[in-house]
Design a protein around this ligand. Sequence first.
Ligand code: OGA
Ligand code: NI
Length: 342
Amino acid sequence: MEGLVSSLFDVQSLPETYVLPPEIRPGELSFRPDESNNIPVLDLGGHDRNEIIQQIMKASQEFGFFQVINHGVSKELMDETMNVVKEFHAMPAKDKFLECSKDPNRNCKLYTSSEKYATEEVHYWRDCLMHSALSTEEYMQFWPANPTRYREVVGTYSNEVKQLGSRILKLISQGLKLSSGYFSGSLSTSPTILINHYPRCPEPSLTLGLPRHRDPSLITIILQDHVQGLQVFKDGEWITVEPLPHAFVVNIGYVLQIVSNDKLNGAEHRVVTNSSDARTTVSFFIYPSSESIIEPAKPLVSTCGDHPPLYRALKFKDFHINFLSKSADAEAVHDFISSKNI
Ligand code: OGA
Ligand code: NI
């Protein structure tokens, strides 16, 4: 059984296996907000649909990230979800593993660091509970039954965030001048939830909660705690996504970058740790079904003109398997999906 980071809570110095090579260490962190370079905060409660679309497109192109407020998900549900997932991660390790070992397909699982723990050279300071965000009995029977309110709260949360995701994807499809239902079929039918927990860390300058990565999703919707930690790479700098109470963080994933033929940017991001507060986040990944084909949308490419397809057509499962095996090497992933590889 892998040792969870949350079981290491009282260590005074960072175990050797978490010390990153110097070139990817975050170094001394200062969370000074840079007013001129903040992730845009968009109000989804406004009435001017075209204006919202323009704001989403601009943020997605410039940052690959934005935050949303007045998004329709109640504050109470967001708070309850955060509380129940924190309660889960606060349980003893053996109880957590017990709650997550019922699924023969391992769709629901608890792991630490990354899905490649056994083979990776260095570990990351994170524990993660992952399961389908489809709240039907077929999937929910494998979700944790403890804390006792887990299924009810996370089930309701998943349904609401799925709806919010559909709404945002409709706005994006309109912004890309695709049909409004472009993303509503098999491209978005397999949402998955990742419940990340980053305990207090004795030496935050030497390690990371998550390494620099893009998400292999269409979009990801994140509920973050009040603790800073998520950073976006832009113009050679790491920008902290400021925690805003009851806002959601939205980021463009690799699949949307592919479908939009690079009109939108799947931003690179990472998670840093800190020594004073644990941090818990709920990442909602909107994923295609494993058999669906991902490729640049036909209306966005012209084979003879200025917009050749930059990516080849792949089944999502083939993209995803390759992505997971090469996630530390962005160039290798790009080579695999590039149209030059046909
Ligand atoms: C992720 C991720 C950010 C966070 O789950 O892929 O980037 O702040 N999470 O936990
Ligand atoms: Ni991510």
